[in-house]
Design a protein. Structure first.
Length: 460
């Protein structure tokens, strides 16, 4: 079922939508299906390239930074008053104690901003664990971008039929906009948000409580839910006791036909994606000490954290591996699959201890297959299912340098070529032309049909 041509959808994403593979695919697909489409996202760096078939709004980052605001609060005034009363109370007994308390009162009043910030981080680190429904007071202060998203959509967007909130931080914004402008809300969870950066201690302490509070409070208010893998959909259903399992919309690329390229000369092992913590790159580099000769590791992508590439280069030096290792700059989004076609093995090694990683199904897996590469991935459940079904790779049994090396070394030219053929065949099914029907049906399902509203969800 396709909506009438006058149906208006707004996609909200804390990303540069023009270069965001998933969100830009959604926008283009909805345009092609006859929807009127608006996107609200971050401004692109430089020229985004080409004319967009939808209306693109960008928040003005010049209006503010991401620091929590520091304004006087009643708590500071209350504490200052308490110290003044105490100063008066002890004055008959100790002039020096009274003077000290008076000075503390004055400094408390002067340092209201410090107290404000301290209270803010206390709420993030502890308060939300006790009172998760208090997330509203923290969420809007945690990042000034969120207010900009709300203001931009509130002012520049007219009547809306469907809001698509991409990831957890767009949820409160979409629900606030729904309350003012109407429409339905589809929550598309690209990650298992409550564990997204589980390996980062600072994130666990300060951001995880906010993510949990937001998702727990908002997810039951939306009209439809989707995620990127069957495992993540089931995990969301279980965590939040959802009536139905969210829809799985896999992050597959548009179909591109590539010829088979036989494995000749040095075997190129490719990691293509964000270069940052949590991607298994240090373990991969360490594993090259045990790789067979004739292999070449290529790490290609944007730097996810300042200085991380320098850390990897230092590790390469310290490892003393005899394997050639190259760290390359990212290629344009439209050329990623074509560039990957030059490699032989697509590599992804993730730890398996979290629900987030156990059910991860990143877009790079499907890009590797579209490019006709053999897969070498950790035996995390959803990725392992792909390899088992299509017989197009080998599994890394443990997240250790030795196990990574064993898996890579097990792939000789004959096995690589067989897996390449299998990946090219799999790409004919695992592409956006095949997947988009489920996405369009999900968007259409929030609308009345013969007097009934079809709220999205699939049988468990």
């Amino acid at each position: 079922m396709q909506p009438d041509n006058n149906k208006h959808v707004v996609l909200l994403s804390n990303s540069v939508i023009e270069t965001d593979p998933r969100v830009s695919k959604f926008a283009r697909t909805l345009c092609d299906a006859g929807w009127s489409v608006t996107t609200v996202g971050l401004p692109p760096l430089g020229h985004a390239g080409g004319t967009l078939p939808w209306s693109a709004l960008h928040i003005d980052l010049a209006q503010g930074d991401t620091k929590p605001p520091a304004k006087p609060v009643a708590l500071a005034k209350l504490l200052s008053g308490m110290f003044l009363l105490m100063a008066q109370g002890v004055k008959p007994f100790s002039e020096s104690a009274s003077n000290i308390l008076s000075k503390v009162a004055i400094r408390t009043q002067r340092r209201q901003n410090v107290l404000k910030r301290a209270l803010y981080y206390w709420w993030l680190g502890f308060g939300l664990r006790v009172l998760p429904k208090g997330y509203q007071s923290i969420f809007w202060k945690s990042n000034t971008r969120y207010n900009l998203f709300l203001e931009t959509a509130m002012v520049d967007v007219g009547a809306v039929d469907l809001w698509i909130a991409n990831d957890w931080d767009m949820l409160p914004i979409a629900l606030a906009l729904k309350a003012e402008k109407g429409g339905k809300v589809l929550y598309d969870s690209h990650e298992y948000a409550v564990e997204q950066f589980i390996g980062d201690k600072q994130w666990r302490q300060f951001m995880q409580p906010l993510v949990k509070a937001v998702e727990n409070s908002c997810i039951h208010q939306v009209d439809a839910i989707s995620s990127v893998s069957t495992g993540l959909c089931k995990a969301l259903k279980k965590r939040y006791a959802l009536e139905k399992t969210p829809h799985c919309i896999r992050n597959v690329p548009p179909y591109q036909k590539y010829a088979f390229r036989a494995c000749k000369g040095p075997r190129i092992v490719l990691y293509q994606g964000l270069i940052g913590p949590g991607r298994g790159l240090k373990k991969i580099i360490d594993s090259t000490r045990f790789w067979h000769k004739g292999l070449h590791l290529v790490i290609r992508g944007p730097e996810g954290r300042a200085g991380y590439v320098s850390q990897l280069k230092q590790l390469i030096y310290e490892t003393g591996s005899e394997i050639k290792i190259s760290i390359e700059a990212p290629v344009p989004f439209a050329k990623m699959v074509a560039k990957a076609h030059e490699a032989d093995i697509g590599l992804l090694a993730l730890p398996c201890q979290s629900v987030h990683n156990r059910h991860a199904l990143p877009n790079k897996i499907f890009e590797y297959m579209m490019a006709g590469l053999a897969l070498c991935v950790t035996s995390n459940e959803d990725m392992a299912n792909i390899v088992a079904h299509y017989r197009n790779g080998t599994l890394i049994e443990e997240f250790t340098p030795a196990s990574i090396a064993d898996a890579v070394n097990s792939m000789d030219a004959v096995k690589i070529d067989a897996c390449k053929h299998a990946s090219l065949q799999a790409a004919k099914a695992l592409n956006w032309e095949e997947e988009q029907a489920a996405f369009l049906a999900l968007c259409a399902s929030a609308y009345p049909l013969n007097g009934k509203t079809l709220i999205s969800g699939q049988s468990s």
